[in-house]
Design a protein around this ligand. Structure first.
Ligand code: ATP
Ligand code: ATP
Ligand code: MG
Ligand code: MG
Length: 236
């Protein structure tokens, strides 16, 4: 096709190309989900329907983008790891993040009613997500990235479980629960749960404690520390 005299405006476009032979991680995170989860009455601290919905959306992302090696999700976020030699969109950052986040969001909305049959989406309050891409230069740092998210899942879940138990079963206000937990260690929180409420944290559902790892079309709730080397052995 002949070029028009307006074509030159393309020259203002600036692409950021993610470095070759690095592990690209795309992380999606719900926008203002603290509020969104209240608006739709998510069960605190963990609404299983919401976690399963995010998993279903993420599985569809992985199915439609073949270069995803694995994905890890917790709370309102999902990380997708691409194989280091991916040539998807010639590694253009803006194409990658916008495509991932729109496939994820489209699926999240399309699948909503399957997981929340009794809470239809309000068209004035639809879920949306932000997205970033980071290129990690080697396998060791990539593993640390995944472990960072895994450890975060544990820290947040233990805190949130104790916090909401103090509020819902202990009758504390959210402010009082926050004060009570200030400066406490993991062992203190385990003790509050067990001694005051008879809750053994170890018996909480695995999906809450360990997050969700998608590998080869399967959703696993596992100790990522134990499995990470095996999962990524092809990339040594
Ligand atoms: P931002 O837009 O900056 O990400 P945010 O409100 O989404 O703001 P996050 O740090 O992403 O903040 O935290 C997400 C919040 O969403 C959690 O703190 C929690 O309140 C809520 N949330 C997410 N997933 C669930 C879930 N499965 N069940 C219950 N609450 C959830
Ligand atoms: P990329 O994923 O790189 O953006 P693309 O195939 O979407 O690739 P674009 O340059 O965005 O390429 O071009 C969009 C193409 O979609 C158009 O060339 C046209 O064929 C088609 N298209 C877009 N809008 C319409 C429409 N309203 N009716 C019919 N065809 C359309
Ligand atoms: Mg968020
Ligand atoms: Mg978040």
């Amino acid at each position: 096709m002949a070029k028009s005299r307006y074509e030159y405006v393309k020259e203002f476009e600036q692409d950021r190309i993610l470095l070759p032979n690095t592990f690209i991680v795309i992380r999606i995170d719900g926008k203002s989900f603290h509020k969104f989860s209240k608006d739709y009455n998510f069960i605190k601290p963990n609404d299983l329907r919401a976690l399963k919905l995010a998993n279903a959306a993420a599985i569809n992302v992985k199915r439609s983008i073949k270069d995803v090696i694995l994905a890890f999700g917790e709370s309102d976020e999902y990380s997708f790891i691409l194989k280091p030699d991916t040539q998807l969109f010639n590694r253009r950052e803006s194409k990658l993040i916008s495509t991932f986040v729109s496939i994820f969001t489209g699926n999240y909305i399309a699948l909503w009613s399957k997981f929340f049959p009794d809470s239809p989406l309000n068209l004035n309050n639809l879920p949306s997500f932000d997205c970033r891409a980071v290129a990690y230069p080697n396998l060791s740092i990539l593993k640390d990235y995944i472990l960072w998210r895994f450890v975060d899942t544990h820290i947040n879940n233990l805190y949130n479980t104790t916090f909401w138990t103090l509020v819902e079963k202990g009758g504390l206000t959210t402010q009082e629960a926050e004060t009570r937990l200030k400066g406490t260690l993991a062992s203190d929180k385990n003790e509050i749960l067990f001694k005051e409420f008879g809750i053994n944290y170890n018996e909480e559902p695995e999906i809450f404690k360990k997050g969700s790892l998608i590998y080869k079309d399967e959703i696993l709730h596992i100790d990522v520390f134990k499995k990470i080397d095996e999962l990524l052995k092809n990339y040594e």
